[in-house]
Design a protein around this ligand. Structure first.
Ligand code: FAD
Length: 570
């Protein structure tokens, strides 16, 4: 048995190690185009930021280590340029010598990854316009930053790599402009959750320019100008292109392997291509969303690793099924943790998949223990059954742990009723007796059981001025400090019961607090007193970054409608 693997990083290296564990006698060869095998590409931004101080720490393995540990031959600087499927051979070009060899295989695993998108814009090849995929890329960027010449950088694209680079360059004292063509950063999460990230970026001094398209780059003395469609010319010393990746599919095209609409290799659930002896894994393949079964592509290390292992199983004669991915991910950004799992709401909407959402806010650990931070949780679940479909969490430390609980729940087919009951670890420095995941489950379960009617802050925009009344139940000092949503009547929760007699029962009341909990209490008080009422999920805390940035959306406390005035008007 001879197994040849193309690409020796996340998917390819994992496949090689797994194959060796299954068959000690197989001949296993990896061809890797770059200089390094199995390096820590996810660590590159942190090496540039000098969080990882030793370059060698990025070299998770070497060809010598692969030989010693796994008896796998790793040939670096060796690019596979053609596959002859009839002859079952690969043509490999050595990039130092230019020499080509023909290598035979019994089974072939392709893990060529995806390369940064480089749009054909004027000036895109200028020396200061860079992207980050490999160790040599990070060497180039780090050397520039180390030279002290980079005072300002434009990061183009607000995905994972763009955000990590924004943070790491900022940590090195570089002023950052982050330019994003869409109206939000972090495409895997939904817009309203991304607004919490926008607020954090701005708080940390990043010049965030959303809905801004780049049209080209110009040299300006020693620096660069980044031109935008709106006619702006943003000065910088370095422009980092991080606008997404494109699957490396040249081999697939040349060999006549099936590719999908966005250029990814098409594979079945054993990760086999349309050639029974060729498997493909990692960033270059189209897979399917675990929850909906719909086709997706994900450039993430976890799925690439698991696929590498499964493709090796199948190449070595086992029958292991790949069941798709949730795309669970996490990014740290200036102390904020941005985590998500499963399909987003916008993905479900675009594909007409029925779903419901709730928002909840909870402290990451007991609020009386020093350093607690709120985390915003968006839970996405199926109507009726309450099956967990996915979630998004923005918060401080501990958000990553909670997203892993949601990922496990989504994988296991658990429901929001199970989340209510999950027995999760608690001591004051780490959590609360009612964990943020329990709370999210309770909010969702309350809705499904009919204990709470709730709407998202979007409902405020659709209010009927004749029949709907918005009530802010936060305390005086909170409203004093932050203002209130325009058109709100302010009745602090402790005064609500005594004010009920002068509220008009023919109206519909939309109640909100800071995060949704006191809104729920207000809801329960009012509904049991015969009012038509809904709670606004996420409350003011979600409204403010999401919709509250519009001119006049938030007004001062003294502009809140007083109960007397409302009473007089009705
Ligand atoms: P790769 O790991 O990219 O490996 C493909 C290899 O194949 C490359 O080295 C390439 O040189 C080689 N190759 C391509 N074509 C040929 C050919 N014809 N012949 C020979 N060799 C070839 N994911 C996360 O989940 N979390 C993170 O925090 C994270 N951070 C990241 C940070 C950066 C800067 C980058 C670049 C990626 C990050 N990722 C992260 C993504 C993750 O690294 C990828 O999803 C994962 O490496 C994909 O594995 P792969 O095997 O498909 O491709």
């Amino acid at each position: 048995m001879k197994l040849v693997i193309i690409g020796g990083v996340a998917g390819g290296a994992t496949a090689a190690a797994r194959a060796r564990r299954l068959d000690e006698s197989a001949e296993i060869v990896i061809y890797e185009r770059g200089q390094y095998v199995s390096f820590a590409n996810c660590g590159l931004p942190y090496y540039i930021g000098e969080v990882i101080q030793e370059r060698d720490a990025l070299l998770v393995s070497t060809p010598e280590m692969f030989k010693g540990k796994y008896n796998v031959d790793v040939k670096v600087m060796s690019e596979a340029v053609a596959i002859d499927r009839q002859a079952k051979t690969v043509t490999v070009k050595h990039l130092m010598t230019g020499q080509e060899i023909t290598e035979s295989y019994d089974k072939l695993i392709l893990s060529p990854g995806a390369e940064p998108v480089k749009p054909p814009l004027p000036g895109v090849d200028l020396p200061g316009v860079l992207s980050l995929r490999s160790i040599p890329d990070s060497d180039t960027i780090k050397a520039l930053v180390d030279s002290g010449k980079v005072k300002k950088a434009v990061v183009v694209g607000g995905g994972f790599i763009g955000l990590e680079m924004a943070e790491n360059l900022a940590e090195r004292g570089v002023r950052i402009t982050l330019v994003e063509a869409m109206d939000q950063v972090m495409p895997p999460i939904d817009y309203e959750m991304a607004t919490l990230v926008h607020a954090n970026l701005e708080l940390k001094g990043v010049d965030l320019r959303l809905k801004t398209r780049i049209t080209g780059f110009e040299q300006a003395g020693e620096g660069l100008l980044v031109n935008t469609e709106a006619g702006d010319k943003i000065e910088c010393d370095l422009a980092l292109l991080s606008i997404g990746v494109r699957p490396e599919n040249e081999l697939a095209k040349q060999a006549g392997l099936d590719i999908g609409p966005r250029g990814h290799f098409l594979v079945d659930n054993s990760l086999r291509t349309n050639d029974p002896d060729i498997f493909a894994v990692g960033d270059a393949v189209q897979i399917w969303d675990y929850v909906t079964g719909l086709p997706v592509a994900m450039a993430l290390a976890g799925p690439a690793n698991r696929q590498g292992r499964i493709a090796a199983d199948n190449a070595m004669g086992r029958s292991t099924v790949y069941r798709g991915a949730l795309g669970t991910s996490v990014v740290g950004l200036f102390g904020q943790v941005i985590a998500s799992t499963g399909p987003s709401q916008k993905f479900l909407e675009a594909n007409n998949v029925p779903h419901m959402v709730v928002y909840s806010h909870s402290p990451n650990h007991a609020s009386y223990y020093p350093g607690s931070e709120m985390m915003a949780v968006k839970l996405i679940f199926a109507p009726g059954s309450g099956r967990v479909l996915g979630g998004q969490i923005i918060g401080g430390p501990g958000a990553e742990r909670r997203i892993d609980v949601l990922a496990t729940a989504a994988k296991a087919g658990l429901s929001v009723f199970d989340l209510e009951e999950l027995d999760l670890a608690y001591a004051p420095p780490f959590g609360s007796a009612r964990d943020p995941i329990n709370v999210a489950g309770m909010v969702a379960a309350n809705m499904l059981r009919g204990d709470m009617k709730a709407v998202t802050p979007l409902a405020i925009e659709d209010m009927d001025p004749e029949n709907d009344v918005l009530i802010d139940v936060r305390f005086d000092d909170e409203v004093e400090e932050t203002g209130t949503i325009k058109g709100s009547m302010h009745i602090p929760l402790p005064q609500l019961r005594s004010r009920l007699p002068i509220l008009d029962k023919s109206k519909r009341y939309l109640v909100y607090c800071a995060i949704g909990l006191r809104g729920y209490l207000a809801y329960r008080i009012m509904v049991q007193n015969g009012f038509n009422v809904v709670n606004i999920l996420g409350g003011f805390g979600l409204y403010r970054p999401w919709l509250g940035r519009a001119e006049g959306a938030i007004v001062d406390k003294d502009q809140a409608i007083t109960l007397g005035a409302a009473f007089a008007a009705s």
